[in-house]
Design a binder for this molecule. Structure first.
Ligand SMILES: NC(=O)c1ccc[n+]([C@@H]2O[C@H](COP(=O)([O-])OP(=O)(O)OC[C@H]3O[C@@H](n4cnc5c(N)ncnc54)[C@H](O)[C@@H]3O)[C@@H](O)[C@H]2O)c1
Length: 249
């Protein structure tokens, strides 16, 4: 018996990084997965590697019409949506607070926060009808222990954590669990944006703040996602689980 046998999931931003790792482990554990990404080619490559249990969907999570279409396509393919992973995210480059433009601010809030609003509107009615559901939001240690140069990104992740807890308490009577992961800096294409520049010195500085002495990896995040999304976590809702090698202690 696999840990997600019979389950269906949407993983946003699954064309790269953490999302790709989550989609891989979900399929390995028996789930059927909609690999959603803004980058159509990346979604197709990720889904193709996962075989017949995965479909690729191109969608921009910051546009409600795309979200509604993606949820519809997933239902057509799989019938139900048991698990939604709101993973797609972006950041402004690490730079002083007054250098970040209004467009950068709007984009990072639209992709990291408003997307959760759109997906909530699209999937909660369905999950209520099913009498079950699990929503996993990808937050960040940025929302718990902020680093300089990332103020507005950090703010989006604080919002993700608060929204997670609030959704959890409001949706518990519907048997919909809502949790978040708070990864520490990880080895994905987004890392250079967080560091400002991807040099061995910068990596060394970041790693120096992580007690376990390394960056996070997609499989670290995917293993935690697997546990929270599975029925093993049936009594767990509203948690923001740090996957951070001790960064937030
Ligand atoms: N890498 C880190 O250091 C780190 C640390 C903590 C939290 N996170 C969070 O983890 C999540 C995944 O990040 P990652 O590091 O894997 O990044 P990544 O850049 O490797 O992957 C993000 C994916 O999301 C997609 N995407 C971006 N905007 C989108 C949109 N509007 N609609 C649909 N897809 C979109 C991208 O095309 C990309 O494939 C993000 O929410 C990020 O904030 C990352």
């Amino acid at each position: 018996m696999k840990r997600l046998d019979g389950k269906t999931a949407i993983v946003t931003g699954a064309g790269s990084g953490f999302g790709r790792g989550i989609a891989e482990i979900f399929v390995r554990e028996g789930a059927r997965v909609a690999v959603l990404d803004l980058d159509e080619q990346a979604a197709q490559v990720s889904a193709a590697a996962l075989g017949s249990s995965a479909i690729a969907i191109r969608a921009d999570v910051s546009r409600e019409e795309d979200v509604v279409r993606a949820v519809g396509e997933t239902r057509e393919a799989f019938g139900t949506i048991d698990i939604l992973v709101n993973n797609a995210g972006t950041s402004h480059r690490n730079k002083p607070i007054l250098e970040i433009t209004e467009d950068e601010f709007d984009r990072v809030f639209a992709v990291n926060v408003k997307s959760i609003f759109f997906f909530a509107r699209a999937v909660i009615p369905l999950m209520r009808q099913q009498g079950r559901g699990m929503i996993l939001n990808i937050g960040s240690t940025a929302g718990l222990r902020p680093r300089p140069g990332l103020t507005w990104y950090n703010g989006t992740k604080g919002a993700v954590h608060a929204i997670t807890k609030s959704m959890a308490v409001e949706l518990a009577p519907d048997r919909i669990r809502v949790c978040a992961l708070a990864p520490v800096a990880g080895e994905t294409p987004l890392l250079g944006t967080f560091m400002g520049e991807d040099t061995p010195e910068k990596r060394g500085q970041f790693i120096g703040t992580i007690p376990l002495g390394r960056l996070s990896r997609p499989d670290d995040i995917a293993n935690a996602a697997l546990f929270l999304a599975s029925d093993e976590a049936d009594m767990i809702t509203g948690v923001v689980l740090e996957v951070d090698g001790g960064r937030c202690i």
